[in-house]
Design a protein around this ligand. Structure first.
Ligand code: AMP
Length: 386
């Protein structure tokens, strides 16, 4: 009989690679659980430090900084997938890194990610690896309209080009290939909705999913999530089942966001994995028995997972740099139940995530109508959720 792994002791220090808003919200949740935090982050005064984590200000690959993290912490976790997998492997030899470096290697490389999903029998858009213009032209013939993506380094829509005609090939190829990473051509999916599921798994193999979120992006940055997603219960259950299959297949420890496209016939296609808390799960902070941050910490510290029960329909709006100044002037016009989260970032620029707003309502429709009147978020985007 195997012994249950020991829960991390109160007062223990958790190391964080990356000190942005996800790390900040992990710190806030973790303090309530009795843990200390040390963050490795090159930008001084990072949001995690603002929440009380001790900061090592150095690059994510600095050997001295990594050694200090390994020596000072009982376990280490990461808040985004662009940390160096080699650095995480190095840490794994010295300190407990429950998420591990393997899932990071998969999520960092779109080809590896897709091949892994195929191996796990998870539906993905048909794809091909591209190394020459000729291969691209063959892919366009066989797959039709394409979304071209760099295999590594792309996030928030960077490193992506959509093409439908042969004439677009030379420019698309040279734009993406010049970045010196491989390219993957994916069939363009005419989806009806984009959704995501956050799934958690601990070392005992306990698995739990949060409700399915429906997401709208602008310029590939998440703007608004509506929870639960407007889907048949059959499709919702299927989305959660896929997320659980992936969590089991990858032997996940921690939380993982699974982004999916919903096709007009209700079938689902998995687009991307993020092995960490996710922007589309911020509603859980105010609307679920356990937040995604608390759940991640429970999973990596060998605590039983918490309930993911949701109390009311929710809307989450990202507050980007372009929204913040007006929002601060209109605070009194926000619905009284609104929960405002600001990350304390000093520099406010367009497209930068400065905070988010969590709202709950029995009728998301009337809530959205009121949000349109506020004039802070783009009306057309809000109407996509109506
Ligand atoms: P990604 O970086 O893969 O999450 O892509 C960013 C956004 O581009 C997604 O949220 C979709 O809106 C869109 N997108 C990505 N891949 C495809 C695809 N194969 N077909 C249609 N739209 C896509």
């Amino acid at each position: 009989m195997s012994l249950d792994p020991e829960p991390l002791q109160p007062g223990a220090t958790i190391g964080l690679l990356g000190g942005g808003q996800l790390a900040q919200m992990l710190v806030l949740a973790g303090h309530a659980m009795g843990f200390r935090f040390m963050v490795l982050e090159p930008n001084p005064d990072c949001p995690a430090a603002l929440a009380g984590a001790e900061q090592i200000t150095a690059s994510y690959t600095d050997p001295e900084a990594l050694a200090k993290l390994a020596d000072s912490c009982q376990l280490v976790t990461y808040e985004f997938e662009n940390v160096d997998a080699e650095a995480v492997s190095w840490l794994e030899e010295r300190v407990d890194v429950p998420q591990g470096s393997e899932i990071l290697r998969i999520a960092q490389n779109r080809l590896r990610e897709k091949k892994t999903l195929v191996r796990l029998n998870i539906p993905v858009a048909p794809f091909q690896k591209i190394t020459t213009e000729n291969e691209l032209s063959l892919a366009l013939k066989s797959l039709g309209e394409l979304m071209l993506k760099t295999v590594t380094g792309g996030y928030d829509g960077k490193g992506q080009v959509r093409i439908s005609k042969v004439e677009q090939i030379p420019e698309a190829f040279s734009t993406l290939y010049s970045t010196k990473t491989e390219i993957v051509a994916e069939q363009f999916v005419s989806f009806e909705r984009e959704v995501s599921v956050i799934v958690a798994r601990n070392r005992l193999g306990e698995i739990s999913c949060f409700p399915v979120a429906e997401n709208v992006h602008e310029k590939n940055i998440l703007t608004i999530s509506r929870i639960p997603a407007r889907l048949d219960s059959r499709v919702r259950e299927q989305a959660q089942l896929l997320a659980k299959q992936i969590a089991e297949g990858l032997e996940l420890v921690g939380v993982l966001a699974v982004e999916m496209f919903v096709l007009p016939d209700g079938n689902l296609v998995v687009n991307e994995l993020a092995p960490r808390p996710h922007n589309s799960g911020h509603f859980t902070l105010n609307d679920c028995a356990t937040s995604q941050f608390e759940q991640h910490l429970k999973a990596i510290t060998n605590f039983p997972l918490g309930s993911t029960e949701m109390y009311k329909p929710a809307i989450m709006l990202n507050i980007l740099g372009e929204h913040l100044p007006l929002l601060l002037k209109r605070l009194k016009d926000l619905p009284p139940e609104a929960k405002l989260h600001l990350y304390g970032k000093q520099e406010c620029r367009p497209g930068r995530k400065m905070g988010h707003l969590n709202l709950t309502a029995d009728s998301p429709e009337s809530l959205l109508e009121n949000l349109v009147k506020l004039g802070i978020w783009d009306e057309a985007l809000l109407y996509k959720m109506l």
